[in-house]
Write a protein that binds this ligand. Structure first.
Ligand code: SAM
Length: 187
């Protein structure tokens, strides 16, 4: 495992996503997480991925084709705040968010607290019992601290009788490393 935010997020997903599962990538970007999920769910599984930028869909489409995974994914040019239209409540194994801006893209287009929180709310409804949301939350740099602060506040208020929320940050590393947040639909 790589000892960084993405590494621990992927390890958590490996432990929770079953073969044949249904997963959602709420921020497909260049498609690395979509491809990772497609590998986890295998030939019988499915991944639905969202992004608001056509450039992200093109990159993800290309990556999935190169890896022979394209048939396992449905790519949607749509906000993750509308993800409730893509699956029935209680049917999804895992939802992934990698907030922020498109790597190598326009740094002025990035995720925003209001739509990110709406998307997590919808993700929680879509999850099966025992399912999880895994989010990488960026801070500092071009995105600032607004989204991090809003998400941290929101996570603290999630119903503790239905969900378990764990936040992992790299406390002794310099700068502003991204934070991993895990929400399990289990207590
Ligand atoms: C850090 S990138 C994701 C990286 C991606 N997981 C990968 O593996 O390359 C964040 C993405 O979120 C997208 N995004 C921003 N607002 C969004 C929204 N409301 N709904 C869906 N995607 C959004 C951006 O266009 C950007 O591509």
């Amino acid at each position: 495992m790589k000892l960084n935010t993405l590494g621990i997020a992927h390890q958590f997903l490996e432990a929770h996503v079953p073969e044949g599962g249904l997963c959602i990538d709420g921020t497909m970007g260049r498609g690395k997480d979509t491809a990772f999920l497609c590998q986890l769910v295998g030939e019988r599984g499915k991944v639905i991925a969202f992004d608001i930028q056509p450039e992200a869909l093109q990159s993800t489409d290309t990556l999935l084709r190169e890896k022979g995974l394209r048939e396992r994914a449905e790519l949607r040019l749509q906000s993750h705040a509308e993800m409730d239209t893509c699956a029935e409540a209680g049917t999804v194994d895992a939802v992934v968010f990698n907030f922020g801006y498109l790597p190598g893209g326009d740094h002025k287009i990035f995720t925003h607290p209001d739509t990110s929180i709406q998307a997590i709310e919808k993700a929680l409804q879509l999850l099966k019992e025992g399912g999880c949301v895994v989010a990488c939350i960026y801070q500092g740099g071009d995105t600032g601290y607004e989204e991090r602060d809003a998400l941290m506040e929101y996570l603290k208020g999630i119903d503790s009788k239905r969900y378990t929320v764990i936040v992992a940050d790299f406390r002794n590393r310099p700068g502003d490393p991204p934070i991993a947040a895990f929400i399990l639909k289990a207590i």
